[in-house]
Structure formats: structure tokens, C-alpha cells
Design a protein around this ligand. Structure first.
Ligand SMILES: Nc1nc2c(c(=O)[nH]1)N[C@H]1C(S)=C(S)[C@@H](COP(=O)(O)OP(=O)(O)OC[C@H]3O[C@@H](n4cnc5c(=O)[nH]c(N)nc54)[C@H](O)[C@@H]3O)O[C@H]1N2
Ligand SMILES: Nc1nc2c(c(=O)[nH]1)N[C@H]1C(S)=C(S)[C@@H](COP(=O)(O)OP(=O)(O)OC[C@H]3O[C@@H](n4cnc5c(=O)[nH]c(N)nc54)[C@H](O)[C@@H]3O)O[C@H]1N2
Ligand code: SF4
Ligand SMILES: [Mo]
Length: 738
């Protein structure tokens, strides 16, 4: 039974996080590397090209990969430190097991397998197959995503498989499917270059997708107008033509009012609307009361600014709209996305050069990983697990009886709820750190402690894994060959640089061995990653995310191929919708009404302040990887709460004073960062830290009804200054927070 380990100090001492710094004598200038491997950054969805330098089977440095077209050698602070992991002293070199009262100890591969398989079998034979769940992640390659989707349904025979993209891309995915029938950013980013107007909504691009700013600056050099929609004056907003300082949770009111303005002033593309779309009349009907005055009242943005944004957008000849989690992490995330798409469709600016629309995919393989079947409702090729034809096709590819294909399962946060209810008793997780990344972390921790058996596959012991019975030492991105799909929809090649060190194994070999021991070896015979990819190609054929025409060789020769690519001779599709043939049932792009409704939790007398959460440039996600890299930690060692000077004065808070931030779920203590770049009614806390430093102690488990994404971007809080200024000792404690 997984219990919160009392031996936590010992575990931290043994497995970190400890900080690695580059050697004082840099690798460059010493002797030649054994090899230089062209591959990609393991972090965000930009998937920048990078060259890894290898010496003695260790990744020891990097060089820019100048020829990779998207980033042309440019890298961000995380990219230049990504090589610091394979050689890290916290790296798991062997599988480990938890011994109550003792902490973890090494265990042989064979025993780890035995214990896991008997854990799975005991739970499933006592409580049924669906009582064992699996959670996965999209830092994994396409091959692993595909394999895990198949493994959960064919080997574990459970319907309860979901992934960390549930916290990330699902609102955008659901909105894109409703509007276009397909879930991918519509353009490659070079289309930004000649856009006259660019809207960036809820995306802190300079910190979260730093290399993408290059394409925005290129457009700015040519005179593009930039409109940024964010409650904070993010770096990109400092030089924008217009900054709309939206109150968190009110975007749909803004987009509705902008659409109404376009209609009232006939700034519409009638030809496009009449010939290529449906749903226009109901949609404009739903916003006809949305005046500029009303929108100012709801969103807190001056009506003159809203009007100017609508004018700029309405009169442009070319344009690009980009959004990210700022509008998607909401209980109406899907509606916000649809509100943006309505603005794009009303002006007909899609499917033409320099006219585009895209959600900016977050995680490294956030795009590919949401297509190949490790979502609870999905089969490969972005097929629907409840559609009889889709089930039949994939059952044939997998060589199983359609009747044995499980149905739709629970989403990530619902799996936690089901553990609380006693419906789920066992868990296998890979590439996911839910204790830090899911909302309401006290509730998540209690769930982990209720599991009868929990196994995890990772290369570092993340905070969730500290609750596991068995942890398999898996592989880093650079330790296994495969492919990912960048935020642009470009399928690219991840090349193996080194072997997994010590007794660690590739993720794939761990999954394959589990499948074998669960008695389905015959369904999982792959010689290598390419063989998995070739099966994926067939499984995706005819689906909306069609990879059939993409081969490893083509990816190398062409520096990536954009899906859909349905035939071997097909050139790939950098820009979607040039043929105006949308993938919806009627072949048209759909307008969808997205009327305003308030967020799940609004401020009141007791909790008078809006809390929103997000990222900083130097940390990545739950921080498992980046909280171990010294230079990145030094850049921003712990979460600060951003507060406007007016609010600080109101509550009597001084710069760097410790502030207790409380919500209905919990409380945390954060040093104040008093800045005038945030709304006066809102505070912001980044989320990359665990334990007492975790803002997810405070966030609510409210979900979007369609996408089931948690409402990370808005809740109500109160602030209490603690009287103490955060000193050095406070900061240093943050390095090793449990
Ligand atoms: N450095 C770094 N880069 C990353 C990551 C990382 O962890 N660290 N993670 C990657 C991943 S997985 C993702 S998903 C992306 C996320 O990339 P982003 O979505 O750009 O990042 P966030 O900081 O979560 O949120 C973006 C902005 O939303 C704003 N915001 C908050 N509430 C609202 C609202 O109601 N409306 C609007 N319009 N804006 C609002 C915040 O002020 C913030 O500036 O980044 C990727 N890149
Ligand atoms: N409050 C708040 N919470 C948020 C967000 C927010 O904005 N605010 N953002 C949400 C978003 S957008 C996201 S994407 C999630 C992310 O949340 P998580 O997915 O939980 O975060 P990660 O840090 O990516 O955790 C992944 C784990 O996978 C491991 N890993 C990485 N690559 C590999 C691999 O190749 N193989 C194996 N075996 N393991 C690997 C890492 O070591 C790490 O332990 O967080 C969400 N949580
Ligand atoms: S922008 Fe993203 S992919 Fe590029 S170097 Fe930075 S983290 Fe890596
Ligand atoms: Mo994400």
C-alpha cells in the first residue's frame, strides 16, 4: 500500500533534487566529442533543432543546429541546459522498490517486473480490469504514445488510460474539432512573417515559446500590428501596439463583443462565410447584446481598446491569431477557443498565405501525443473509441476482437476522483507528475495513499513517484530513437545519442516486457522504434491525423514532414485548408456560439482577489527536470506571488515579504514580487514547485464540461502578509522542498 513516506528526508538525500552545474572547464576546448547527434530539444512544443555532443556514451554538451529551419540554431535558456540530465547524479540507474519505513532500495529488473505484473493481476482479478488505470504523458515520442494506447487496451485491457495533455491541449483540441473537424495548428509559423495584424491571446510567448518570438519580430519588422491579450504586461506586451489587460476568466465576453463589432460595422468576409462556413446566424445571434460598454464592464478592458482591436482585426488583409493556455485553462476553455475561431472565420482569413490561426502546443510532443490513442476517448489517427467503424479498423490492425476493445474511460482528474471512490485501486504512470501538476494537490496526495499498488516509469524520482511501490528506471528522450510532432504539425526525428545508463532501460523495452508478462507477447513484436512507427502509419491511415505517407527516411531527407500526409508521394501539409475542404461532416468550417459565463469560482468578501497561475522562462512543467539544473534554478529559485503596487498597499505587503495565499482548498506561503505589470485585482504564481511551494495546493478541481481541463487560470484567494521578509535561508530551503 503506497503511503506518504515518513522517510522523506532520506529519499531526498538519495534521489534529490540535487543541482547539477556545467563543469567549470567547459567541454568545448577540450578534446573532440565521439559523436555529434542532430536531434531536438526535449522540452516545449517548438521542438527546436539541437546537436548533442557525446563522449564515452554520455551527453556532455551541445551545439546549435543551424540548418534546422524553424529555429535556425536559436535556443532558449532551457534548451541550452537540456544536456545536463543524462549525466545527472539523481538519474535513476536501477529500478527501485519502496520498503515501508526504509525508503527505496534497488531491485532487479526481473523482480520489479514480477512484482508489477502480480500487482496488476491481483487487482484486476479481484476488482475487474478497469480498476487498474494508466496515466501517460506527451513528452514521450509518437512511437511510445501509440504503444501505450495499445498496451493499455490490449495488455492491461482497461478503459482507464488518460494523459497529461488533459491538463494542456484538450480545450484547444475540442474547439478545433468542433470548428474544423481536425485538431492541429492550421499553419506553419513562417506564415506569421507577412501577417498585417497578429493577436496573441493568453500566451506568454517570450517565456514559454521563446524561439517563436523570432517570427513575430520578423512580422513586426515588416510593420505588423501586434495585439496582446493577457492580465499581465508580459514581455511581448511591452512593445505591442495594443495590450488588452483582460480580467482572468472573461475572454469569451471580449471575443463575443469583438465579433458583434465586426457584424455591426460589416467588417466581414461574406464570400467566405456564405460558401465555406455554417452556423454563422446562430453565432451572431448569441452576441448581439454584447456591446463594447458591456464588455468593458465584464472584462475590465477599456472599451476604446476593444474597439481598436476589432478595427485593426476587421480591416487587416492578412492576419494570424495565436493562443495558448491563458484562454484554455478554464471551465469554459473550449468556449474561449471557439470565440477566437469565430473571429478568424468571420474575416475569412485562414487557408491562405500569411493568414492563419493556431493554438500553440505546449509540451514537446503535445501535438503528436494527442493523436495516437493515449487519450481516454481516442484511438490512433485521432479516431473515436466510441465510433464502431473506428473500433473495427483499429481492432484489425491490432489483431484483436472488436468486442475486447475497451470503451471510453475516465479523464486524468476523474481517475483521481475514482481512486477516492474506491473504483480504481491500481495505477501505472509514465511521464506524468500529477502530485505537482494536477489541481487541488492535497486531494491528489490522499488518492495516491489509497492505491493498493502503484508503479511508475521515469528517469528521475519525481514527487508522485515517491508514493510508488515500484519505480522502473526508464529513458530520457536522447536515449531512444523515435519521432515527435512539433507545434506546427511537423513530424521530426528524435535521434538516439546514448544508451540508458546502468540498469536503466528504454521506456519501450519496459512496456514490451510488461506486455509479454501479461501474456500478449504476440501482439507486441517490434524489432525497433521504426517498426512501431510503421504500424502507427497504418493505424493512422484514413484518420484525420493521417501519417501514412511519412517515413523515417523522408523525415531525415526533408527536415520533417507536416501531417496530414496520406500517401507516400504526398508532399505533406504545412498550411491547412487551402482547398477549403474542412473535415467536419458537412465539409464546412463551423461557427459555434460561445456566450459568456462566469468562471467556476468568483471573488467574494472572504476571498476578494483573483488568483491565476502559469510559468516562468527558466522552469519546465512540474520541474522534475529543470529543478535539478543549477543554472535554471539560480535564475528563478522559487515561486513568487506577483502583486500590483496598489494591491500591495491595500494589504500592507512589502517587497519580498512572505505572503500567505489562501483559497478554499488550501494555503501556501510565497515571497511577494511587487510589479506594476499585472492587473490591480489579480495575483499570479508560477506552478513548477512541489510541496509547500506548490500553487496547486490552492487551485480548484473545476473542469471544463467538454474538454475536462482543470481551471488553472482563475480562482478566488485572500492574502495575508506574514511580517517577515524572505531571506536567503528561505530561498535555499526552496531548493529541496518535499
Ligand atoms: N519556460 C517554460 N516554457 C514552457 C513550459 C514551461 O513549463 N516553462 N511549458 C510548456 C507547456 S506544456 C505549455 S502548455 C505552454 C504554456 O504556455 P503559455 O500558455 O504561454 O503559459 P502560461 O504561463 O501557462 O499562461 C500564459 C499566460 O496566460 C495569462 N492568463 C492567465 N489568465 C488568463 C485569462 O483568463 N485570459 C488570458 N487571455 N490570459 C490569461 C497569464 O498571465 C500568462 O501570461 O508552455 C510550454 N513552454
Ligand atoms: N497551476 C497550474 N498547474 C498546471 C499548469 C498551469 O498552468 N498551472 N499547466 C498544466 C500543463 S499545461 C501541463 S502540460 C501539466 C504538465 O504536468 P506533468 O506532465 O505532470 O509535468 P512534467 O514535469 O512533464 O512531468 C512529467 C514527468 O515525466 C518525466 N519524463 C519526461 N520525459 C520522459 C520520457 O521521455 N520518459 C519517461 N519515462 N519519463 C519522462 C519527467 O521526469 C517528469 O517526472 O501541468 C499542468 N499543471
Ligand atoms: S523554445 Fe522550447 S524547444 Fe526551443 S530550446 Fe526552448 S524549451 Fe527547447
Ligand atoms: Mo502544457
Amino acid at each position: 500500500m503506497a503511503k506518504l513516506p515518513v522517510e522523506i528526508e532520506k529519499i531526498i538525500e538519495q534521489y534529490g533534487p540535487k543541482l547539477n552545474y556545467p563543469p567549470k572547464e567547459g567541454y568545448h576546448g577540450n578534446d573532440e566529442p565521439d559523436k555529434v547527434v542532430n536531434t531536438h530539444c526535449c522540452f516545449c512544443g517548438m521542438q527546436c533543432g539541437i546537436q548533442l555532443l557525446v563522449k564515452d556514451n554520455k551527453v556532455v554538451g551541445f551545439d546549435p543546429w543551424m540548418k534546422f529551419p524553424f529555429n535556425e540554431g536559436r535556443l532558449c535558456p532551457k534548451g541550452v541546459q537540456r544536456y545536463m540530465q543524462n549525466n545527472h547524479e539523481d538519474r535513476l540507474l536501477s529500478s527501485i522498490e519502496r520498503v515501508e519505513g526504509e525508503g527505496f532500495r534497488d531491485i532487479t529488473w526481473d523482480k520489479a517486473m514480477d512484482k508489477t505484473v502480480s500487482g496488476i493481476k491481483r487487482i484486476q482479478s479481484t476488482y475487474g480490469n478497469d480498476s487498474f488505470a494508466m496515466l501517460s504523458g506527451v513528452s514521450l515520442t509518437n512511437e511510445k504514445s501509440y504503444l501505450i494506447g495499445k498496451f493499455a487496451r490490449v495488455a492491461l485491457k482497461t478503459k482507464n488510460l488518460d494523459y497529461n495533455g488533459r491538463l494542456c491541449m484538450v480545450s484547444a483540441g475540442a474547439g478545433n474539432k468542433k470548428a474544423f473537424g481536425l485538431d492541429r495548428g492550421s499553419n506553419n509559423y513562417s506564415d506569421l512573417e507577412h501577417a498585417e495584424v497578429i493577436i496573441v491571446a493568453g500566451a506568454n510567448i517570450s517565456e514559454t515559446f521563446p524561439t517563436l518570438t523570432h517570427w513575430i519580430w520578423k512580422a513586426r519588422d515588416k510593420g505588423a500590428k501586434l495585439i496582446v491579450i493577457d492580465p499581465r504586461v508580459i514581455p511581448l506586451a511591452r512593445t505591442a501596439d495594443l495590450h488588452l489587460d483582460v480580467k482572468p476568466g472573461t475572454d469569451s465576453a471580449l471575443y463575443g463583443a469583438m465579433l458583434n463589432y465586426l457584424v455591426q460595422n460589416d467588417l466581414l468576409d461574406h464570400d467566405f462565410i456564405d460558401n465555406y462556413t455554417s452556423g454563422f446566424d446562430q453565432t451572431i445571434d448569441s452576441v448581439k447584446e454584447y456591446s463594447l460598454e458591456w464588455a468593458e464592464e465584464v472584462t475590465g478592458i477599456k472599451k476604446e481598446k476593444i474597439k481598436e482591436a476589432a478595427e485593426l482585426w476587421g480591416r487587416a488583409k492578412t492576419s494570424f491569431l495565436l493562443h495558448a493556455r491563458g484562454i484554455e485553462h478554464h471551465s469554459k476553455g473550449v468556449d474561449n477557443v471557439l470565440g477566437c475561431i469565430n473571429l478568424v472565420l468571420a474575416t475569412g482569413r485562414i487557408g491562405r498565405p500569411y493568414c492563419g490561426y493556431a493554438t500553440i502546443t505546449g509540451q514537446g510532443n503535445g501535438q503528436g501525443g494527442r493523436e495516437h490513442g493515449h487519450k481516454c476517448d481516442q484511438l490512433p489517427g485521432n479516431r473515436d473509441i466510441e465510433n464502431p467503424e473506428h473500433r473495427k479498423y483499429i481492432s484489425e490492425v491490432w489483431g484483436i476482437d472488436e468486442k475486447d476493445m475497451p470503451g471510453k474511460g475516465l479523464t486524468a482528474y476523474e481517475i483521481i476522483e475514482a481512486i477516492h471512490k474506491g473504483e480504481i485501486k491500481g495505477l501505472l504512470s509514465i511521464c506524468f507528475n500529477p502530485l505537482v501538476s494536477l489541481p487541488n494537490s492535497n486531494y491528489v496526495r490522499e488518492a495516491l495513499d489509497k492505491l493498493e499498488f502503484y508503479a511508475c516509469i521515469d528517469f528521475f524520482l519525481n514527487e508522485t513517484a515517491r508514493h510508488a511501490d515500484i519505480v522502473f528506471a526508464g529513458s530520457l528522450q536522447e536515449e531512444e530513437e523515435g519521432t515527435t510532432t512539433s507545434a506546427e504539425g511537423r513530424v521530426i526525428k528524435i535521434n538516439k545519442a546514448v544508451d540508458p545508463p546502468g540498469e536503466a532501460r528504454t521506456d519501450t523495452s519496459i512496456i514490451l516486457e510488461l506486455a509479454k508478462r501479461l501474456g500478449v507477447e504476440d501482439k507486441f513484436t517490434y524489432e525497433n522504434s521504426e517498426a512501431i512507427f510503421n504500424e502507427l502509419r497504418i493505424a493512422s491511415k484514413g484518420g484525420t491525423a493521417d501519417y501514412y505517407g511519412i517515413t523515417y527516411q523522408r523525415i531525415v531527407d526533408e527536415m520533417g514532414v507536416y501531417w496530414p500526409c496520406p500517401e507516400i508521394g504526398h508532399p505533406g501539409t504545412p498550411r491547412l485548408w487551402e482547398d477549403k475542404k474542412f473535415k467536419t461532416p458537412d465539409g464546412k468550417a463551423h461557427f459555434n456560439p460561445a456566450p459568456y459565463r462566469p468562471p467556476g469560482e468568483v471573488t467574494d468578501e472572504e476571498y476578494p482577489v483573483v488568483l491565476t497561475t502559469g510559468r516562468v522562462v527558466s522552469q519546465y512543467l512540474s520541474g522534475t527536470q529543470t529543478r535539478r539544473i543549477g543554472k535554471l534554478v539560480d535564475q528563478y529559485p522559487e515561486p513568487l506571488v506577483e502583486i500590483h503596487p496598489e494591491m500591495a498597499e491595500k494589504f500592507g505587503i512589502r517587497q519580498r515579504e512572505l505572503v500567505k495565499v489562501k483559497t478554499r482548498r488550501g494555503e501556501g506561503i510565497f515571497p511577494a514580487n511587487i510589479v506594476d505589470t499585472i492587473r490591480t485585482d489579480t495575483v499570479f504564481i508560477p506552478y513548477h514547485w512541489p510541496g509547500k511551494k506548490s500553487v496547486n495546493l490552492l487551485t480548484p478541481g473545476t473542469l471544463d464540461p467538454i474538454s475536462k481541463i482543470p481551471e488553472f487560470k482563475v480562482c478566488a484567494c485572500k492574502l495575508e502578509p506574514m511580517g517577515e521578509i524572505a531571506g536567503d535561508s528561505h530561498f535555499s530551503k526552496a531548493y529541496q522542498s518535499p
